[in-house]
Design a protein around this ligand. Structure first.
Ligand SMILES: Nc1nc2c(ncn2[C@@H]2O[C@H](COP(=O)(O)OP(=O)(O)OP(=O)(O)O)[C@@H](O)[C@H]2O)c(=O)[nH]1
Ligand SMILES: [Mg+2]
Ligand SMILES: [Zn+2]
Length: 319
């Protein structure tokens, strides 16, 4: 495998590249990390530094040419000349501010690894939000419970998470004991990319190191008082795995506000969408009006009130 392949270059990407950039003097590469004003990119000849390119983020496929003239025999350092269209993109809102812009968290991933640490109380609302954004991204979410060696409430937490995750798969792992790592790896096929998303201290970088089989990322202790992390990872970075898959480690996220993810909302709350269809009135606002299937489901305990509130909150956020 050459460097390009180690970073996820496949037949499919190769065909897309040629369609997008027919000029044979251009070559494909992938952004591994964005440093201040510079990009680390993986190309056929290895990792190289190039100047930043507007809009290019970690995970992007790019076209490399030579800066200045592209004439044969011209010796110039490689430079980014174009971006490939992205096949998936995970977005969130920058802050709890209606005017805030979308922030791209990750691009060109096949799997969104939603990291949930077992050593803290599960935040269902946060999990819901992250799953909505993940389903909307064009990739498939995989919920990864971490630090399985730590919890005595293990079965409880797993059951709670499985219920909440709906149609997303849930696996439990421990970077410490190695449990669950094989299960995770069989889901990441050669050439596929999985981004790890979650709060600081959740164990994303520890998982990356265990999967890579060597220390590639720094990890940091969590604060004893509340178990929160110290934002050890500060940049997104691609990490090639021995099996041919690619990981993207990311900095811990404080919150998760949604950006324009109606499609994901319907997947995660499909039970609620189904109820809407059976309300007596087509324009039911699901309040006190007669024949509301949502209210009936809450009354009979089929729908948890908390879940309904969570849905409403997210729906408002998306308007
Ligand atoms: N017992 C145990 N501790 C773990 C495990 N995974 C991670 N930890 C510990 O949890 C702490 C945080 O781990 P990191 O991997 O740095 O967490 P992170 O999600 O990368 O955090 P940020 O980079 O800040 O976003 C470290 O002290 C790790 O040793 C695990 O499977 N078991
Ligand atoms: Mg980290
Ligand atoms: Zn209704």
């Amino acid at each position: 495998m050459n460097t390009l392949q180690q970073y996820g270059f496949t037949e499919r990407i190769s065909r897309l590249f040629v369609t997008q950039f027919p000029d044979s003097r251009l070559s494909p590469a992938r952004v591994v990390r964005v440093d201040r004003g510079r990009l680390v990119v993986a190309g056929a000849r290895g990792l190289v530094h190039v100047d930043a390119y507007p809009g290019a983020v970690t995970g992007d496929w790019i076209a490399l040419g030579s800066a200045g003239a592209l004439a044969p025999g011209d010796f110039a350092p490689p430079a980014v000349v174009g971006l490939m269209p992205r096949f998936s993109a995970l977005r969130r809102k920058k802050a709890h501010d209606p005017l805030a812009e979308a922030q791209l968290l990750a691009v060109n991933m096949d799997i969104v690894g939603v990291i949930v640490p077992i050593d803290r109380p599960i935040s269902s609302n946060r999990l819901d939000r992250t799953l909505v954004a993940a389903w909307d991204s064009g990739a498939v979410p995989l919920v990864i419970l971490t630090k399985a060696d730590l919890s005595s409430r293990f079965d409880d937490v797993v059951a709670q998470t499985v219920e909440r995750a709906g149609s997303a798969e849930v696996i439990t792992t421990s970077a410490e004991s190695g449990d669950g790592l094989d299960e995770l790896l069989i889901r990441l096929h050669p050439g596929q990319t999985m981004v790890l998303i979650g709060p600081s201290g959740a164990g994303k970088s520890s998982l990356a190191n265990s999967l890579a089989g060597k220390p590639v990322q720094n990890t940091g202790e969590v604060r004893a008082a509340d178990g929160r992390g110290k934002h050890t990872t500060t940049a997104r970075e691609l990490i090639p795995l021995p099996g041919g898959g690619v990981l993207m480690d990311t900095p811990g996220l404080r919150g998760f506000a949604l950006w324009d993810a109606e499609g994901g909302l319907e997947v995660v709350f499909s039970d609620i969408a189904e109820l809407f269809a059976t309300c007596r009135f087509a324009d039911c606002r699901h309040g006190p009006e007669p024949g509301c299937a949502v209210q009936a489901a809450i009354d009979t305990g089929i729908l948890e009130r908390r879940r309904w509130l969570s849905y409403q909150k997210m729906e408002r956020e998306l308007v």
